[in-house]
Design a protein around this ligand. Structure first.
Ligand SMILES: Nc1ncnc2c1ncn2[C@@H]1O[C@H](COP(=O)(O)OP(=O)(O)OP(=O)(O)O)[C@@H](O)[C@H]1O
Ligand SMILES: O=c1ccn([C@@H]2O[C@H](COP(=O)(O)O)[C@@H](O)[C@H]2O)c(=O)[nH]1
Ligand SMILES: [Mg+2]
Length: 194
């Protein structure tokens, strides 16, 4: 069977990772966070992209697609246990989208839906501020958050528009508790979750 893909997008700190962990655990998806894969590549000894990735993440910008797309495709092709994938935080802009649509066509990957989280910037910043107390992420600070937000509104929203035009976008209010958000996702995605 062709690998099945669900994308998750939303602003910085809205709760994408939190809900992906829940979905992956209950419905046996492989959770692939593009940000985590980039951070791993950044800290991989000998990586030629280490500094580039670090600089881009701090500036809240978007890493060139050939890097991110290759990391994701490699992870999918190397996965042995499941053919269901949650792709968290990608595609982030039109360049990512173009690269991803080419790659998925070539590798016969089936994109089923985009879960898009809606959350106010005030709530996202509160969540990131709290996370910053225990994380060592280089972008968990007000300066990077402001830049990430700008990138989100100016670039990532165009990706949402694309999925909407394909009738594949499921919008979820992410301002509730993690438990209630998860229940809403389960209700709205009943047709895909097994
Ligand atoms: N519904 C929620 N209510 C309150 N706090 C939440 C909720 N969902 C997630 N959080 C907390 O907010 C922080 C950000 O959540 P998470 O890391 O899942 O967001 P994200 O969208 O993946 O962020 P990023 O885009 O920076 O990777 C975490 O500390 C998480 O525990
Ligand atoms: O596809 C992607 C995903 C992420 N980035 C960069 O990483 C940071 C952090 O991403 P999270 O998903 O929030 O962990 C993001 O702000 C980008 O700078 C990327 O370039 N491309
Ligand atoms: Mg995340």
């Amino acid at each position: 069977m062709r690998p099945q893909i669900i994308h998750i997008l939303g602003g910085p700190g809205c709760g994408k990772g939190t809900q992906c962990v829940r979905l992956a655990t209950k419905y046996h998806f492989k959770h692939l966070s593009a940000g985590d894969l980039l951070r791993q590549e950044q800290s991989r000894e000998g990586s030629q992209y280490s500094k580039l990735i670090s600089d881009i993440i701090k500036e809240g910008k978007i890493v060139p697609d050939f890097i991110t797309c290759n990391l994701l495709v490699d992870s999918i092709l190397n996965e042995q246990k499941t053919n269901k994938f949650l792709i968290d935080g990608y595609p982030r802009n039109e360049e990512n989208l173009k690269g991803w649509l080419n790659a998925t066509k070539e590798k016969e990957l089936d994109i089923q839906a985009l879960i898009f989280f809606e959350c106010s910037k005030e709530i996202m910043w509160e969540r990131i501020k709290k996370r910053a107390q225990n994380s060592n992420r280089e972008d968990d600070n007000l300066n990077s958050f402001t830049k990430r937000l700008d990138t989100f509104y100016n670039h990532t929203m165009k990706v949402k528009d694309y999925f909407q035009s394909q009738n594949k976008c499921i919008t979820i209010n992410a301002e509730d508790t993690p438990e209630n958000i998860f229940m809403t996702i389960e209700q709205r995605l009943k047709f895909l979750l097994k």
